[in-house]
Design a protein around this ligand. Structure first.
Ligand SMILES: [Mg+2]
Length: 312
């Protein structure tokens, strides 16, 4: 081989080596760029994940704050509404009767309205009784009755059903009122005395000893009060109390502490009209299906009625 040929071969080998070197450098460069890209992607992903969780956390905090504010507003407004309803003066306007109505009343004997006490006109608990947690008083009792039962002094904290005073005052002008309670006389008489408040509208009173014990519950015999069943009816929260006289009964929802209750007021128009009928059974008998349902649910324990405490 000539010297020029050797030089050409060496130059070609050098070129090849040079090309090979430049190729490996660009591959390394590409790989390093790829790594940088992957690292950057990792950082961005990590950053995005952090930002996502940060926003999620903030959103949760916002929701918690929003619902907290909403609950506060809701509870405050509801409390205010209850107070407004509790203290608002409600009146049932007694319209003067027409001469024809007065004439009709003149020929009808005055009817007798028998009133239950516990959970109908009032609710009470005594200082030896632990109350059910779901039923809580909304304030102090209206009055306290101190009696002695089996030589033990007992205090009863009595809460009056909303509008009970106005109810008694109004219906006493339409009916002869009688209190009939399954409670003990010593307690029932003291509570009735406070409800009467020297108005002498609740002078006739019947207690536990006048009830009949049937299937472990006290029922009230209206015939003991008056034998003429065409002009006597009972208002009682417990269907068992008038199980023998479903045609002479008006059911009412059991009351405990609800200050917004208006059941007594809602009854006034009906009671106003009932005094004009000749036989109360002709009107109250329309509720017979209702009593049957109440009787079934009360015996199966589905109603909220309370069997009087053994101490009452
Ligand atoms: Mg009752």
């Amino acid at each position: 081989m000539s010297s020029s040929a050797v030089i050409r071969v060496q130059q070609q080998q050098g070129l090849i080596n040079h090309n090979h070197h430049s190729n490996s450098t660009s591959e390394k460069h590409t790989i390093s760029m790829f790594r940088v890209f992957l690292r950057a992607f990792d950082y961005i992903y990590l950053l995005n994940t952090k930002i996502f969780f940060y926003f999620l956390l903030m959103f949760k905090r916002f929701l918690r704050f929003f619902f907290g504010v909403w609950t506060f507003i809701f509870v405050t407004l509801r409390g205010s509404k209850k107070k407004l309803i509790q203290f608002q003066s409600v009146k049932y306007y007694n319209c003067p009767l027409q001469p024809l109505s007065l004439h009709r009343l003149h020929f009808l004997p005055k009817k007798i309205l028998v009133l239950d006490l516990d959970e109908t006109l009032i609710h009470s608990h005594h200082d030896g009784l632990s109350r059910v947690a779901t039923v809580k008083p909304t304030g102090p009792p209206d009055f306290i009755v101190r009696v002695e039962i089996e030589r033990h002094p007992v205090r009863f904290f009595v809460y009056k059903r909303p509008h009970v005073d106005y109810f008694l005052e109004t219906v006493s002008q339409w009916y002869d009122l009688v209190v009939f309670t399954a409670s003990m006389e010593i307690y029932g008489a003291a509570v009735t005395e406070r409800l009467d408040n020297n108005r002498n509208i609740l002078s006739r009173r019947y207690f536990r000893q006048h009830c009949t014990l049937e299937f472990g519950a006290y029922s009230k015999d209206l015939a003991v009060v008056n034998s003429d069943l065409s002009r006597i009816f009972i208002l009682d929260n417990s269907p068992i109390a008038y199980r023998s006289y479903p045609l002479n009964a008006i059911p009412i929802k059991s009351w405990f502490f609800d200050p917004t209750d208006t059941c007594l007021l809602a009854l006034l128009p009906f009671l106003d009209a009932l005094r004009f009928c000749r036989d109360v059974r002709s009107v109250l008998g329309m509720n017979l299906h209702l009593h049957q349902n109440l009787m079934v649910t009360s015996t199966t324990g589905l109603t909220t009625q309370v069997v009087p405490s053994s101490m009452r």
